[in-house]
Every structure is written in structure tokens, then in C-alpha cells.
Design a protein around this ligand. Structure first.
Ligand SMILES: O=C(O)CCC(=O)C(=O)O
Ligand SMILES: [Fe+2]
Length: 515
């Protein structure tokens, strides 16, 4: 899939650019192409203009990413299908062309809806191509309403059409997500009723989908009205007719019950998680409430260049932010090496196996010390900075992750517990996490600790270092943390997890259990 890592989406920008260039070249040499293909090629001309905004920013914005995937999956694909000999226009690239799939398009739509929830995005503004976060009533002061698309003064034309709005409703409905289906189908209907569309979807289809959705949400009165309206439009339609009686029956049973659209509570703690994610949106700009900042010399290696350490939380868990702990070129090398190795991220399933779930949309690669001198050098630096051994058998390889569209990692602890222990702790449990940020993001993507109210901003070349175990060997449940969905940008991290075994003497227990 393309949507599961932003770096894959970036490659799609190049695909569109190359296709457009091929078409323009073909036309310049006197070739004839269908009008639609011509339009697409001209529309993408700005991609080859070096004075234009950074190409990648197109897919760093979730609306831009959706529109690109849609152009490639629908418009380009259909236009190419009308060509009798596409190789004539596209040459060799035609055989290697891998356009995004419908699953990618759906992935984009679902990602946008997840972002809509977490960051409480204004739906009307999404349709106008703008990402506007609204704080919720109970949010702390750390949250401020912000037009995120303005933060990098982008002027990309990202308007959605009513067909896109309708499509989001359909995708939500087909995933049994009736909450978002109600929002987007209702919006579709509102636009149609205000006569704001030239190319409208079939009204009966919209009415019936929204009615079905309302029925699922037990808004039977609403469903009844919509089925009735659909029936008035087309009295020969047996479906609406058959549903009217049912809905009427249930609406009467409900009596004077007043229905309200409510977001389902997905899981315990989701509110706190999302609040911290919103608070984190502007954090890499605003000053943070850190406990203290100091120069830190944990080993002779850092005598001349001490670590610039920000203490974000002093204990239970200890959370430090090490600034400029790697160089720009080291980060670039780590990213570059990961791309050919990428695999869709998994989480540990209850049976100890791997599971691919929407709760972790990203791609993962592992870098071992023997893979590259830069990897070995960074492993050693983690040893010097933490005081713990990172040798094979005492620490895991570097896990490099690039998040995808709306990519997040919901709250979890890095130490293993319960059934997972038997499968995963041959080298002891995870003691400390050294989380390197290999990139910035424009907005979103903070690492948050819901139990202690901390949002760590994504600051390139820095590392969040937090401890999952006490010296006594007790795990630290408050180390629960999450990676917030990326709102705009491409987030890269590299994790190094250090294990107990081999570190017994480097971090011995104290004289009392809580030492
Ligand atoms: O991406 C983040 O900020 C957190 C990642 C994380 O917790 C993990 O990979 O275990
Ligand atoms: Fe984690």
C-alpha cells in the first residue's frame, strides 16, 4: 500500500510528474492524446516547475494526498485505459507503472476521518481544502485553535468536490462507521439542498444511504423522514417504500426520544490521548513546560560536546529529551537505508504473533549494527548516553519507522506483559526506549504520555528517552505512551530498545526495592 508510509506517497508525486512530462512530450512531437489526458498532464505541469513549492508538501497534507491518490487511481487510470497503445505515449515507464489501488484511496479517506476526530477538524474547512483544528471545551490552555494549513503558508488548490464528500460517507458506511457516515452523508445532502453543486450525486442514493445510516444509529425518526423524501422523489422505488413502514414502527416505539449524533467511545482513555495530541500540535514552536534543562555528560564521550538535555518528567517515568543527539547526515542515512527494507508495521497480537491493524499505520525497517557504520556508531552513542550496553543480545536493532497518512500508534507500553512475555523476553524485558526523531513534522505526531500529561514534540535529530523499568526490575505502567497521528508532514523515528540481560551490572538494583 502507498498510504501506509508518507515516503511511498512522495514517490507517487514523481509518478504523476513523469507521466505528465511523457504526455506533454508526446504532444509536442505531434502526437494526439484524448482531451482528458491532456488536461491531467497540463494540471500537473507545476510539479516540474522548480520555482514552485516543495513537491513533497503535496502529500504531506492529508487532503493533498487524497486528491493525488484519487487522480492517479481514477482519472489517470481511466484516461490511460482509453489509449490503444499506451507504450507509445509512456514508453518503458508504462510497464513499471504501479498506480495506487482502491485500498489506498479508502486508506486516505479513513485517515482523514481519523484526523478529523483527533484534532477536531472543521469539516466545512476540510472541504475548502484547509486543515483547521478546533480545541474542545475541556482542553487545557496548551491547546489553541489553529489553521494548520496556514502555518506553512501553503497555497495548494485542495478543494474537495461534493463527490468526494459523498465518497467519504460511503467509505465510512462500508466500514460500519456510522458516525462518520452520518457526518459526511449529511454534509453531502446539505450541499445539495443549498444547490451548491453542478455535478451532484444521485439524490435518492444519498437519501437512502443517510437513512440506512440513521437507522443503524437508532435515529428512526430521521430515517423515516429521509426514506419518505426518497419515496416522494421516486414512488416506484420499492426499497424506500418497504423501509418506511419499519422506521415508522420503531420511531413510534421511541416516542418523544430526542436523538443526537454521538461519537462512539472507541476505547478507554481515548479522550486524554486526543487532548494531549491537540495540545502537542504547536509544541515544537511554543515554549514547553519542562522541569529543567542542562548539559549532561553521562560518559567521557560527551565531555567536549555535552548532551543538551531537557528534563520533561523527573520520575515514574523518567522522560528526557536529548537535543541534537545525531547529525543531519546520520538521520538521512538511517532514513535512506530504511526505504528498500520497509514492511507494513505490525503490533504484537495477543497470541504473541504479529498483527496489522489500523491503530498503527506505518512502515518499519530494522537496522543492525553490522548493516552500516552509521548504525553501529549510533548504537554506541546510545550506550554512552544511557550507560547501558547496546550489544547484540542486550538491545534490539534500530527500528526505523515512517508513518503514513494520519499515521499513529495508539497508547501502549514498550515493556512486555501478560501473554506477550513468553514470546518476547528471551533477553529480558525492555528497560529503556531511545526514540530518535529522524525528521520534523509540520503539525501533529507528538509522542504523548497520557498518565503524566506530557506531549513530547517531534524535533528532528533529538531523542526522547524514557524508562519502562525501575532498577528493582518493576515495570513502570506510567510509561504508557503513544504516537499521535501526523496531521501534516512525514514523521520518521528510530527506536532502540535496551533489554535487561547483559545490563545487570550496568544498572544494578539499589538497596531498597524502590531505589
Ligand atoms: O512515534 C512515536 O512517537 C511513538 C512510537 C512508539 O511508541 C513505538 O514505536 O513504540
Ligand atoms: Fe512505544
Amino acid at each position: 500500500d502507498y498510504f501506509s508510509a508518507t515516503v511511498h506517497m512522495e514517490s507517487l508525486v514523481r509518478v504523476e510528474e513523469d507521466m505528465a512530462a511523457a504526455v506533454r512530450n508526446y504532444v509536442r512531437l505531434g502526437g494526439l492524446v484524448p482531451q482528458e489526458l491532456h488536461r491531467l498532464a497540463e494540471g500537473a505541469a507545476w510539479l516540474s516547475d522548480p520555482t514552485q513549492v516543495n513537491q513533497n508538501s503535496l502529500v504531506h497534507n492529508p487532503i493533498g494526498a487524497y486528491l493525488l491518490i484519487k487522480r492517479l487511481n481514477q482519472e489517470w487510470a481511466n484516461a490511460i485505459k482509453t489509449l490503444p497503445r499506451p507504450q507509445e505515449v509512456f514508453g518503458d515507464m508504462y510497464n513499471e507503472l504501479r498506480l495506487p489501488s482502491l485500498a489506498d484511496l479508502e486508506g486516505c479517506a479513513l485517515a482523514l476521518m481519523r484526523l478529523q476526530d483527533v484534532y477536531n477538524l472543521d469539516m466545512r474547512r476540510i472541504i475548502d481544502g484547509e486543515i483547521v483544528m478546533q480545541c474542545r471545551a475541556n482542553d487545557t490552555e496548551a491547546c489553541r485553535d489553529v489553521n494548520v494549513s496556514e502555518m506553512k503558508n501553503r497555497t495548494l488548490p485542495l478543494k474537495l468536490s461534493i463527490l468526494d464528500v459523498f465518497y467519504f460517507g460511503i467509505v465510512a458506511q462500508s466500514h460500519n462507521d456510522y458516525y462518520h457516515a452520518a457526518l459526511w452523508l449529511n454534509q453531502t445532502l446539505a450541499i445539495m439542498n443549498a444547490n451548491e453543486c453542478d455535478l451532484c450525486p444521485d439524490k435518492r442514493d444519498v437519501l437512502e444511504r443517510l437513512a440506512d445510516t440513521y437507522s443503524k444509529l437508532r435515529n428512526h425518526r430521521g430515517a423515516l423522514e429521509l426514506f419518505s423524501e426518497s419515496y416522494r422523489i421516486d414512488p416506484t422505488n420499492p426499497y424506500s417504500k418497504s423501509r418506511i413502514a419499519d422506521e415508522e414502527y420503531y420511531a413510534n416505539l421511541q416516542g418523544s426520544y430526542v436523538w443526537q449524533l454521538q461519537r462512539p467511545d472507541d476505547w478507554e482513555g481515548i479522550e486524554k490521548y486526543e487532548e494531549l495530541c491537540r495540545a502537542g500540535v504547536r509544541q515544537n514552536r511554543a515554549p514547553r513546560a519542562s522541569v529543567s534543562c542542562r548539559y549532561f555528560r553521562p560518559s567521557p564521550y560527551f565531555y567536549l560536546g555535552p548532551i543538551k538535555m531537557e528534563v520533561l518528567h523527573e520520575t515514574n517515568p523518567v522522560i528526557h529529551l536529548f537535543h541534537d543527539i545525531i547529525s543531519e547526515s546520520e538521520a538521512a542515512r538511517m532514513r535512506e537505508m530504511a526505504i528498500p527494507k520497509f514492511q507494513r508495521s505490525v503490533v504484537v497480537a495477543d497470541d504473541g504473533g504479529d498483527a496489522v491493524i489500523l491503530n498503527r499505520v506505518s512502515e518499519t525497517a530494522w537496522h543492525f549494527d553490522y548493516d552500516d557504520p552509521v548504525v553501529a556508531r549510533l548504537s554506541r552513542r546510545v550506550d554512552y548516553a544511557t550507560g547501558l550496553s547496546t550489544e547484540e543480545g542486550t538491545a534490539e536493532a534500530f527500528q526505523v519507522v515512517n508513518y503514513g497518512l494520519g499515521g499513529q500508534y495508539v497508547p501502549h507500553t514498550d515493556y512486555f506483559e501478560g501473554a506477550h512475555i513468553t514470546h518476547h523476553i528471551h533477553n529480558g524485558n525492555r528497560v529503556v526506549t531511545f526514540l530518535l526523531y529522524l525528521s520534523d513534522v509540520d503539525a501533529g505526531g507528538s509522542t504523548v504520555f497520557p498518565n503524566v500529561d506530557i506531549a513530547v514534540p517531534v524535533i528532528r535529530n533529538s531523542a526522547a528517552v524514557f524508562w519502562s523499568m525501575e532498577r528493582s526490575g518493576a515495570v513502570v505502567p506510567n510509561s504508557l505512551h503513544a504516537g499521535c497521528p501526523v496531521l501534516i508532514g512525514s514523521k520518521w523515528i528510530a527506536n532502540k530498545w535496551i533489554r535487561e540481560h547483559g545490563n545487570e551490572f550496568r544498572r544494578p538494583c539499589g538497596l531498597t526495592p524502590d531505589a
